[in-house]
Design a protein around this ligand. Sequence first.
Ligand code: 8Y4
Length: 261
Amino acid sequence: MGIVNVTPDSFSDGGQFDDLPRAVEHGLKLVADGADILDIGGESTRPGAQPVGEAEEIARTVPVIEALRRETAIPISIDTMKPGVARAAFTAGATIWNDVNALRAQGALETTAELGATVCLMHMKGEPRTMQDAPAYDDVAGEVEAFLLERAKAAMAAGIPGSRIWIDPGIGFGKTLQHNLELLRSIQALSAHGFPLLIGASRKRFIAAIDEGSQSDNRLGGSLAVALHAAASGAAILRVHDVRETVQALTVSAAIEGIEG
Ligand code: 8Y4
């Protein structure tokens, strides 16, 4: 899964008229690089980020989805917490709802069932603005697993088929370095429930907590280390910025294992 951010801070011009062609060009490059899914997001969920209104989020993402839908056949996911944004994105051609809030918003379960969406249910402790303020768990792997199974159960009770549910421990969302490491160690157990497991660790801050001070443009090595570990542990989908490099690492790894590329 290749990441296409359509937030004003993701391109240098700060939300100017040329954000649209740049986002579309970026998405097409990720497809050429080997992405199987494009994840389009219009609201930053980085620690401390401010919320964005629904109309603004739709105005950022829908034209990008419409344009990508015309130019590529690969599945498009919408990264949003808002049912109204998901609805607009599906009308534009998205088929997957990537919800870092795990369908806890009012009307989210019903919307997903009605749209026939595939959904990624992600664990997040708290909300993006404050989630990194001293997160604490007794047993992070057990608590995240219980949360994800509870949300999957709620989704199925709302009429969403189990075959359309993915789960994700939410690396970096209300977690310390130690929490993130424990969750990465628990991928095998988490992927044993039959729901495809998604891991998003690409360029995240915890890599800099290990390789002290590395900036977000210098975290590729750490991101690839996580990707290979996650894939070997049973993760089905990797959400990444560096698609070409990740595909290469996975392909070389598979060749060593003797799996046909
Ligand atoms: C540099 C670049 C530093 C990006 C931090 C970041 C996930 C996700 C995000 C995830 C799923 C991010 C939308 C955070 N992370 N969706 N979204 N899983 N399913 N930060 O882990 O990339 S945004």
